[in-house]
Design a protein around this ligand. Structure first.
Ligand SMILES: [Zn+2]
Length: 488
């Protein structure tokens, strides 16, 4: 509504052409995205037909070919670009038996990504009450923790804040457990109704200790028995397919710029997912959204000033690897990447963007969103954040955005069996497509008043924010310090 009025005013004033072309493109794109497009059908095909697509799996390979075909079918120039994943990790089976005296029950478990595997006959060890896994808990257990499976109680997860706390707590528990010499760690599932999910081991692929999440109610039963003084054992069997480096692919769809095609705006969402559910909120819906934006731009013949690259990242769940390797492989063009954005928080309303601790980018984002203020309010949070595919661009000094979304149903279904197509909010996904398209087109069109940061400037950003703590939580601080990631 607002840009329409602006356009009418400009028409009246007589200086139309450049602004009209730009605003008309944005308006046509908005209208197209709100229409009957294949976006939902795509999201369903990727999730219901292909399903969970952990990097390194057959389903992931199918998703790469599927995405490539969707871009090409729409006439969008597309390619797949290979990169090396450091190590294969796939769960093939997981089971557990709690036993002691006349007690015997078999809770469902899920291996934590990068958990060590066990022999086919499993590993049997005493099961001990690890409390919340605090320093006090390990002090209480003392020598009992050595060689045992430590069972760690969790709070019930209700929202995204709980999710961040869970990650932060688990990273600390892992360190204490390693010091205590445990055989393995078993976390009580934090989700109600015995929902299982994958929660990454913070040590990453170097970890060899078996770690699993156990369904919530059976864990509570085991803890009650232990607290009555019962002596229990756990037999844990984790069939893990693990292997060395292998090849994976990012999928790239490109709308070439008309005036300065060498300048690039990156719009990204990750194609891979975990595999208990089918990766609908995380992140199939946003993959389908990006494909649809590219499709509609192509259909309408929209060619912005700059090139827009729609990149479907792979290896995101296993260390943000696809975007890391892409940034390194494209090192010689990073000066010309004007902005890199990520969409990765399900289908809750986009309420603004994380703008990376750069006020000029927050201001540019405000400007890009102005024409669709009616879908707001939008508030930019000008902080650098770690956890999705903006990360390596940020550390390379490139302006980066992460869509900040209303939590909606993201937290409770995160990496869980329940992350399936029926959780997608179809109406909001369409509105989010409008927002993402408007911002992408805005950055591909506006005058850029910023440049890529130097290593020193990125270091200053790290020093003046909580980036170090965030990177430590995700186990990637060493990669930055060791100059394996980001601007060298
Ligand atoms: Zn994700």
């Amino acid at each position: 509504m607002r840009f329409l009025l602006t356009l009418l005013a400009l028409v009246a004033l007589g200086h139309v052409p450049a602004v009209e072309a730009q605003s008309t493109d944005a308006a046509r794109l908005v209208t197209a995205l709100l229409g009957d497009t294949p976006m939902l059908a795509d999201a369903q095909a990727l999730t219901d037909r292909i399903g969970g697509r952990a990097t390194g799996s057959e389903a992931n390979l199918a998703s790469v070919e599927w995405a490539l075909a969707r871009f090409r079918e729409a006439g969008v120039t597309a390619s797949k670009e290979a990169f090396a994943m450091p190590a294969r990790w796939l769960e093939r089976s997981a089971s557990a038996t709690v036993h002691g005296g006349s007690i015997r029950f078999t809770p469902r478990v899920a291996a934590m990504p990068f958990s060590g595997g066990t022999p086919a006959s499993g590993v049997t060890a005493p099961l001990v009450d690890g409390g919340r896994g605090t320093d006090e808990d390990f002090a209480r257990l003392a020598a009992q923790a050595r060689g045992a499976f430590v069972l760690v109680e969790t709070e019930e997860l209700v929202d995204v804040d709980g999710l961040f706390k869970e990650y932060a707590d688990a990273a600390a528990v892992e360190l204490r457990a390693a010091t205590a010499g445990v055989t393995g760690i078993v976390y009580q599932g934090s989700r109600p109704n015995d929902l299982l999910y994958r929660h990454n081991v913070s040590a990453g692929p170097t970890n060899t200790t078996p770690m699993a999440v156990m369904e919530r109610d059976a864990t509570a039963r085991a803890l009650r028995l232990l607290r009555l003084g019962e002596r229990l054992q756990l037999t844990l069997t984790l069939g893990i397919e693990s292997d060395g480096p292998y090849e994976s692919w990012n999928v790239i769809g490109e709308i070439r710029g008309s005036a300065t095609p060498e300048e690039i705006v990156i719009v990204g969402a990750h194609l891979d997912s975990w595999d208990l559910g089918t990766g609908a909120l995380d992140n199939g819906a946003n993959v389908a959204m990006l494909i649809d934006i590219a499709r509609q731009m192509k259909r309408l013949g929209i060619t912005p000033r700059r090139t827009i690259r729609f990149i479907l990242w792979n290896g995101e769940e296993q260390g943000l690897v696809g975007s890391w390797k892409y940034a390194d492989a494209h090192m010689n063009e990073l000066d010309r990447v004007v902005m890199a954005s990520s969409y990765d928080i399900g289908t809750g309303r986009i309420i603004g963007f994380f703008t990376g601790g750069r006020p000029e980018i927050a201001a540019a984002t405000d400007k890009a969103l102005a024409s669709i203020a009616g879908l707001g309010p939008f508030t930019q949070v000008d902080l650098p954040i770690v956890g999705t595919d903006n990360f390596d661009f940020m550390m390379h000094g490139i302006a980066n955005l992460v869509a900040n979304q209303a939590p909606a149903n993201y937290g409770p279904n995160y990496h869980a069996r329940s992350d399936t197509f029926d959780r997608v909010d179809a109406t909001q996904l369409r509105l989010n497509a409008v927002i993402a398209a408007t911002v992408s087109l805005g950055f591909a069109t506006m005058d850029a008043t910023w440049t890529r940061q130097t290593r020193t400037e990125v270091e200053q950003l790290v020093a003046s924010s909580d980036l170090e703590a965030q990177m430590r939580m995700f186990g990637i601080w060493g990669d930055w310090v060791g100059k394996r990631r980001g601007r060298r």
